[in-house]
Design a protein around this ligand. Structure first.
Ligand code: SAH
Length: 369
């Protein structure tokens, strides 16, 4: 079912709002005020928008227009400060969005507790955003995959997650430093148009610079080329997870459609900006892809590229047959990469205790409700 609701204002560009203003016989500057109210002031209802005349607001309301923010129906707070929100959409479907204060890069790998500095709860934060309800890609180690694919999110629903978290956390970019990662539920590149539209509005309207956004793909090769050509675009991360086709096809069946050679060609040809580099994600699975041999193969695969590797120890969960590697295996894997001249970072899992970490979103809710 398509949930594109004709009453949600969020997700509309200025020109689309202008058309609505014209249809209600309002001057076009009203559309600019509406744009400002939706994306900069982040109003949750038209009643909050006192810059607009009352009769315009009531005309919009009669037409059924609302900003269309999702509703938070549950939230889980982790010991590390991470908050996992369950958000209900207009048609009753739900997605998850995760707030991670103090950044999620985890590049220190020192396991130190974020948020120890209580005077200022956070100095920067990352919001992990979903792009679909469920996922069709079927990666064997991912809990979201077990849900199957329900539907794409609209641009407004993608933006709505971000705005809802900003409101909830009383945070306001660009003054407050907020990063976005499109690494929640779903494969953003299988919902490319809505995703890119959301990115544009998040950058131009909400004020989060594109340089603070990262999108992760399981390897939808044609869309990697498309992203490279997008005017406004986040940084690119590619979920590699295996250094050869045989293993990658086992772990990520999408590799049958676009194999490593095609994927790495797209990655090599990706037009990087100044000082930008690609990220490759590599989920380490015990006795599966975590050996020294795999590390050397991986180093060979990315040799000479302007890229870094984020190593993620598997976040385990019900229904997933793999196990987390030992700490020694993770450190050894990292050392082989760095010794080969490949920057490699161990990502600190965030919110594992509340199933908010990578690959864990939503599944537990489905199972307990
Ligand atoms: N579909 C996109 C966006 C999701 S990002 C993609 O695949 O890139 C989610 C990241 O978490 C991916 O890098 C994925 O490889 C990783 N991941 C999935 N399941 C995981 C798990 N159980 N433990 C750790 N990381 C996982």
């Amino acid at each position: 079912m398509n949930a594109e609701s004709n009453t949600s204002l969020l997700g509309l560009e200025l020109q689309e709002l202008t058309r609505i203003a014209e249809e209600t016989d309002e001057p076009s500057y009203r559309a600019r005020q509406l744009f400002h109210a939706l994306y900069v002031e982040r109003a949750s209802s038209l009643d909050e928008v006192s810059t607009l005349p009352k009769d315009f607001r009531s005309k919009l309301k009669t037409e059924g227009f609302t900003p269309g923010l999702p509703e938070i129906t549950k939230q889980f707070v982790s010991a590390d400060g991470t908050v996992r929100y369950l958000m209900k959409l207009a048609d009753g479907e739900t997605v998850e969005t995760v707030w991670m204060p103090e950044g999620d890069e985890g590049e220190t790998g020192d396991g130190s507790e974020a948020g120890a500095d209580k005077a200022r709860a956070w100095s920067r934060a990352t919001i992990c955003v979903s792009s679909q309800v469920g996922c069709a890609v079927n990666c064997q180690f991912c809990l979201t995959a077990l849900l199957g694919m329900k539907r794409n999110l609209t641009a407004g629903e993608i933006i709505g997650q971000v705005i809802t978290v900003l409101r909830e956390q009383k945070v306001s970019p660009p003054q407050d430093r907020v990063n976005l990662v499109f690494m929640g539920m779903g494969e953003p590149f299988l919902n490319f148009e809505n995703f890119i539209k959301a990115v544009r509005l998040l950058a131009k309207g909400v004020g989060i610079p594109e340089s603070r956004m990262t999108v992760s793909t399981a390897g939808i090769v044609p869309r990697i080329f498309d992203l490279g050509e997008s005017g406004v675009r986040p940084k690119l991360a590619i979920s590699l997870n295996a250094p050869n086709d045989e293993l990658r096809t086992q772990l990520m069946p999408i590799n049958k459609k676009w194999n490593l050679e095609q994927l790495m060609t797209a990655a090599r040809e990706f037009p990087l900006r100044n000082r930008e580099r690609l990220t490759f994600e590599y989920v380490l699975l015990r006795n599966t892809n975590d050996s020294a041999h795999h590390a050397r193969q991986l180093a060979e695969l990315v040799r000479g590229m302007k890229a870094k590797i984020n190593l993620i120890a598997l976040n385990p969960g019900p229904g997933v047959a793999f196990q987390t590697p030992t700490d020694e295996a993770v450190l050894h894997f990292q050392k082989i990469l760095t010794d080969a001249g490949v920057p490699a970072f161990i990502r600190r899992p965030r919110g594992r205790d509340i199933y908010a970490a990578c690959g864990q979103l939503k599944r537990t809710i489905e199972m307990t409700s």
